[in-house]
Design a protein around this ligand. Structure first.
Ligand SMILES: [Ca+2]
Ligand SMILES: [Ca+2]
Ligand SMILES: [Ca+2]
Ligand SMILES: [Ca+2]
Length: 353
């Protein structure tokens, strides 16, 4: 018994020495119960602080929506909504369409690059959605203004690029089938120097046929480099001087290259259309690209759209937002920017995550 007691005392001493050593190594507040309780309380407080931080960030983000450079006008509509689709101002007379020389064929099997986009169909019946980044010029608004009626044929969900020697084939997939007819435009922006300012805007009417055609296809460029205003792909103060894409360089075959861009319904899928544009349009150093579906503004010289509205006048599709529903900027879906032919640094404006 005596030996056993001695053993226990020795063990206890070893334990005390050990605990003291640990305590001095990792901090005294973890070696006794009181301290442990204090540590637990502190951790709880930290968690509460963290949760409060999250809530505060959420409120800040909603409040941020409210803070804009200007008021949205008394009725909350846009200050500078176009009265009709603005026409480009700096367009020289285009060369009349010549005979076609090169016609696109069937895209190859392999996808070179693609992007995916938020599918709003899941929330369509409830009249709201997520995935909209108004301040970042990436819109998820395939809904009518105010009533929030869903338009699945302008809800982009995926885009594939397949690149051959001559053509870049672009397959755009929508949440619902293409309609028989409609007033929407589909298109894409190309940013050739990866500075966030789009350099070309390709757009087309709804294609009616599965045969490649140049009818209803336009290409615009921005000769004075003001697409995106001060901060490309980021909301700026309203500036009525901006003229966006103001030069039309291709119009249904008119232009220097009668074969520059073609469009068709995707023969393999009824919820898809395809562009084919000449690869030499992008230049040799790679490019960034994003895709548009627009049944609302359809105004090349209002790009970037996020520079043309206040938060209030644009409205919001988020159900929790005080700016809900969408207002001045409606019936439009656009994607983040993907890339091809170069390695992005990660800082390119609008780059897909
Ligand atoms: Ca979408
Ligand atoms: Ca650019
Ligand atoms: Ca901007
Ligand atoms: Ca311009």
């Amino acid at each position: 018994m005596h030996k056993t007691s001695l053993l226990w005392v020795s063990l206890a001493l070893v334990l005390v020495v050990f605990i003291t050593a640990c305590g001095s190594a990792v901090g005294d507040n973890v070696v006794n119960l009181d301290d442990a309780v204090q540590a637990g309380v502190a951790a709880t407080l930290t968690k509460e602080a963290w949760l409060a931080g999250v809530e505060s960030a959420r409120k800040t983000s909603i409040a941020g929506e409210n803070l804009s450079q200007d008021d949205g006008g008394e009725d909350g509509t846009s200050l500078i909504l176009p009265t009709s689709t603005p026409q480009p101002t700096g367009t020289p007379t285009l060369k009349p369409a010549a005979e076609h020389v090169q016609i696109p064929g069937k895209p190859k099997e392999r996808i070179d690059t693609f992007l995916t986009d938020f599918n709003s169909k899941d929330y369509a019946a409830d009249g709201f959605t997520y995935g909209d980044n108004f301040k970042g010029n990436i819109f998820e608004r395939p809904f009518t203004a105010q009533e929030m009626n869903y338009r699945g044929a302008i809800d982009i969900i995926r885009v594939n690029l397949k690149i051959s020697e001559t053509w870049v084939y672009v397959s755009i997939f929508l949440a619902e089938d293409l309609p028989e007819n409609g007033e929407m435009k589909y298109g894409m922006e190309l940013d050739l120097d990866e500075n966030g300012r789009g350099d070309y805007l390709i757009q087309s009417d709804l294609p009616l046929s599965e045969k490649w055609s140049v009818d209803g296809v336009q290409v615009y460029t921005d000769s004075d480099g003001d697409v995106g205003g001060k901060s490309p792909m980021l909301m700026d103060a309203l500036d009525p001087e901006l003229n966006g894409y103001e030069v039309l360089v291709f119009d249904s075959g008119d232009g220097d290259d009668p074969d520059l861009v073609w469009v068709r319904r995707n023969p393999d899928q009824t919820n898809s259309l395809q562009f084919a544009f000449k690869y030499n349009l992008t230049g040799p150093t790679g490019f960034m690209w994003s895709v548009w579906a627009d049944e609302g503004l359809r105004a090349p010289n209002y790009f970037d759209y996020s520079d043309r509205f206040t938060n209030e006048s644009a409205g919001s599709p988020y159900p929790e937002s005080p700016l809900y529903p969408i207002k001045g900027l409606a019936l439009v879906d656009s994607t983040c920017r993907s890339y091809y032919g170069f390695t992005p640094s990660g800082k390119e404006p609008g780059l897909c995550p």
